[in-house]
Design a binder for this molecule. Structure first.
Ligand code: ATP
Ligand code: MG
Length: 788
């Protein structure tokens, strides 16, 4: 039951309305940040369903993250109800997985294929390069992987790559690429880039398949079009079509929205060519410009415009807003990265205390993930609730990957990379030599590694000693036993529990002396919980008779192992951004401060934004300093960062930074100089000369903020001119702790030290506070903790 047309179009400006109601030929909406591009897409879907009587199943919408997809679906569901479920709203990758599952047979694959992430890819490339006798010192697996990925993003197949190769590197890459593809096929696996590339070749090589999707999806909508690469562009073109097909089915209605100034994925092959050439790529295309910004204050917009204007060869566009000047931008020059973090924390506290912002209104951005550490330390110390998005992810942890590998082998026995990963994990007496013998047998017989293992058990593999044969026999029997569970329809979490028990994986960790292994057990418990929730949520959806479930042929059954693996494979950093309503438990409703890289922040908005680390060499990144193309990309990144802010924007830099081990001194970011001076209120412009007693007026002297780093320093490292922590730190008293020591902390209570790390100013201890959890603390400065 859709709202009336009036409701759908009411709060849109004329240009937005035109985009929402546009019918017929391809449409490009180009517009600066915060001008309602995403809103136009969502509204258009609602309009199609409500006013143009389009069936939800005819709609395919592509977003940049799974989270954005879920949100779009929710927003549409709020407008049109349950019918929203039949739409395909997903990322490029999820969409391709869906198509590939359905069409796997056509490509000679099975629909239970595995999806290899960059780590699996690197493992397989390492194996291939070794077999091809490529010197890893000359050509590292990572380098080969990057080149192969680039080729795939350009839709270049191995044969073409070989034909085009002009130097030794390119020849080697082409050679590895060809063999790598062969092994992927054999393992019934796709890597991330394959998901797109193989879907494109599927649609191009099989007209009947293309026709099925052409008939089905009459509306294709793409958000963040500026970040599509060549492969993704071709995919959109193949799906939507540019002319009636042989059966006379006209092209789908295509609407893409984007902003060339926000193109920040050139390193993944994204190209703004796709926006610039839209009208050439799609005949009869129409373009709509949006110019009113609804997100930010005029001050924030003017700052953003002033920065992006410096980029050469861009189409000028001026965004305006009628929301008023707003607050000035606040600038801060910190002595070092700790001081910067303390300033940020102090400001957040002050805003919260004055009731001007909840924690969930605040985002802190940095250029690279490793910059989050200092913020975490300070935030933990001050008790400021926060969430870091990205970084070392849960699914990248070794023990989690091991378990996922087991599950993948059970779902797809041909998955060689996963199979070889767990072959001797935990140790069961299958050594490297035995593995190599089996691998050679598999190669020679042109059979899968799994089949070769079975041959080994039957004594068909020469050169294996009886001990290895016995061990392999045990492993194969174990997998068969677990396979029976799956055949009997066990839930994913039960399968996972069975793997943990029957392999002895859990026991081994539990009995280990290494405290890290206990953390691993907890992570595995967490994984079981994730799996259980996955089953329960799906069960709830299936049980809901109002839910219109679309179960396509080939798509894994809801709640099944392949469905679970698919979800795990496709999670991205941005999917774990906390919701603005502050959904985290135990935070008193004020939510958490979100910390993330600027890349992850694309498309999001926050009332209060801190742009930190604006130093030449950090942001813009070191790599970009001498390279105009890279510098332009960094400037677009700065534009993205600034335009996430709705009401308040902070920019800060630190004079010294310790993030990469060696403390370094960086000059101010050139982007700071590009901000119009009258828009910025500098709280502190010079390094403090009076030591570090205060970190600017911003702290407002809240009691918690008083426990800062600075108080104990005798001299500022910047005043001595040496980019090191130098003497200042020697005077400070570090708490000396050893593993096993008992401590009492003002906030966390009693605890036991489980590990110690680092020396001098970087000494830390990880302490188990029981109920309060495990916490890693710096030991220098005024730690509110005593050794017992
Ligand atoms: P970005 O380039 O960052 O992705 P965008 O162009 O997609 O931004 P949206 O996120 O769709 O912009 O919109 C920015 C904000 O402005 C949102 O909060 C949105 O709800 C609001 N907004 C958009 N159009 C209107 C409008 N006509 N009236 C009121 N608010 C609007
Ligand atoms: Mg958007």
């Amino acid at each position: 039951a859709a709202g009336g047309q009036a409701e759908l179009l009411d709060d849109l400006n004329p240009a937005q309305r035109e985009a929402v109601t546009h019918a017929g030929g391809p449409l490009l909406v180009v517009a600066g940040a915060g001008s309602g591009k995403t809103r136009v897409l969502t509204r258009r879907i609602a309009y199609l369903l409500g006013e143009r009587r389009v069936h939800p199943g005819e709609i395919m919408a592509i977003t940049f993250t799974n989270k954005a997809a879920a949100e779009m679906r929710e927003r549409v569901a709020a407008l049109v109800g349950r019918r929203a479920n039949a739409m395909w709203v997903s990322t490029f990758h999820s969409m391709c997985v869906r198509i590939l599952r359905r069409e796997a047979k056509t490509l000679d694959m099975s629909s239970s294929f595995s999806i290899y992430d960059s780590d699996d890819t690197k493992r397989l490339i390492t194996l291939v390069a070794r077999d091809l006798d490529i010197d890893p010192k000359r050509y590292a697996a990572r380098t080969l992987a990057v080149h192969i990925s680039n080729l795939k993003n350009e839709l270049t197949d191995p044969e073409t790559a070989a034909a085009n190769a002009g130097n030794d590197l390119e020849r080697r890459v082409a050679e590895v690429y060809g063999e790598y593809q062969r092994r992927l096929n054999q393992a019934n696996a796709f890597d991330f880039d394959d998901l797109i590339m193989r879907t494109v070749s599927l649609l191009q090589a099989f007209p009947d398949v293309a026709e099925y999707y052409r008939r089905r999806f009459r509306h294709v909508l793409v958000d963040e079009y500026q970040d599509t690469n060549h492969a993704q562009y071709t995919l959109v073109r193949e799906l939507a079509g540019t002319a009636p097909n042989e059966a006379g089915v006209p092209p789908a209605e295509l609407v893409v929205v984007g902003d060339a100034d926000q193109s920040i994925y050139a390193f993944r092959g994204a190209t703004i060519r796709n926006i610039e050439e839209f009208e050439r790529d799609f005949p009869n295309a129409h373009t709509i410009l949006l110019e009113q910004n609804y997100r930010s204050t005029q001050t924030i917009l003017s700052a953003a415009n002033a920065v992006i204007e410096r980029n050469p060869n861009r189409r000028a566009k001026r965004l305006w807003t009628d929301s008023g000047e707003g607050e000035k931008i606040v600038g801060y020059v910190a002595d070092n990265d700790h001081d910067e973090a303390a300033f940020v924390a102090g400001e957040i506290d002050a805003l919260a205390e004055k009731g001007e912002a909840d924690y969930s209104d605040v985002a802190v951005f940095y250029r690279t993930n490793n910059q989050s550490r200092v913020f975490e330390e300070i935030f933990i110390r001050l008790g400021l609730p926060y969430k870091v998005v990205g970084g070392v992810r849960f699914y990248e942890r070794r023990e989690v990957r091991d378990m996922i590998a087991y599950l993948r082998v059970l779902a797809n026995p041909e998955d060689t990379v996963s199979l070889r990963r767990v072959l001797n994990v935990p140790k069961r007496g299958i050594g490297d030599r035995a593995e190599a013998v089996v691998a050679t047998h598999a190669e020679r017989e042109r059979i899968s590694f799994a089949q070769a293992l079975r041959d080994a058990v039957e004594g068909k593999v020469p050169l294996l000693n009886p001990r290895s044969v016995k061990a392999i026999g045990g492993f194969v029997a174990l997998l068969d036993e677990l396979g029976v569970l799956i055949a009997d329809g066990a839930e994913v979490h039960d399968v996972l529990e069975a793997v943990l028990e029957k392999t002895g994986y859990r026991v081994e960790l539990e009995e280990s002396e290494d405290p890290q292994d206990h953390t691993r057990v907890e992570n595995l418990d967490e994984l079981v919980t994730v799996a259980r929730e996955f089953t329960e949520i799906t069960a709830a959806v299936v049980a809901d008779e109002n839910a219109e479930l679309v179960v396509d042929e080939g798509v894994p059954a809801p709640g099944s192992l392949p469905a679970f693996l698919e979800r795990v494979s496709l999670v991205a950093d941005a999917d774990s951004v906390p919701s603005p309503d502050g959904g985290e438990e135990g935070d008193g409703g004020a939510g958490v401060v979100t910390l993330m890289t600027v890349h992850t922040a694309k498309g999001l908005e926050y009332p209060v934004v801190f742009c930190t680390g604006w130093e030449d060499g950090v942001f813009p990144h070191m790599r970009a300093l001498g390279d105009p193309t890279e510098l332009a990309e960094e400037r677009r990144l700065a534009y993205v960062a600034i335009t996430r802010a709705r009401k308040r924007l902070y920019v800060s830099r630190a004079i010294t930074r310790s993030a990469w081990g060696q403390p370094s001194m960086n000059p101010a970011s050139r982007f700071l100089d590009e901000l119009p001076p009258d828009l910025v209120d500098w709280r502190r412009l010079e390094p403090s000369s009076s030591g570090f007693g205060s970190f600017g007026s911003g702290s407002r002297g809240t009691p918690r903020a008083a426990t800062t780093w600075g108080g104990r320093r005798s001299s500022s490292p910047s005043s001595s001119g040496t980019p090191s922590f130098g003497k200042g730190w020697k005077d400070t008293v570090a708490l000396k702790l050893d593993v096993g020591d008992r401590v009492s902390h003002d906030k966390y209570g009693l605890g036991t030290v489980i590990s110690c790390d680092g020396v001098g100013p970087r000494a830390t201890a990880t302490i188990d506070f029981g109920q309060a959890g495990k916490v890693r603390l710096m030991l220098i400065g005024s730690v509110p903790m005593v050794k017992l």
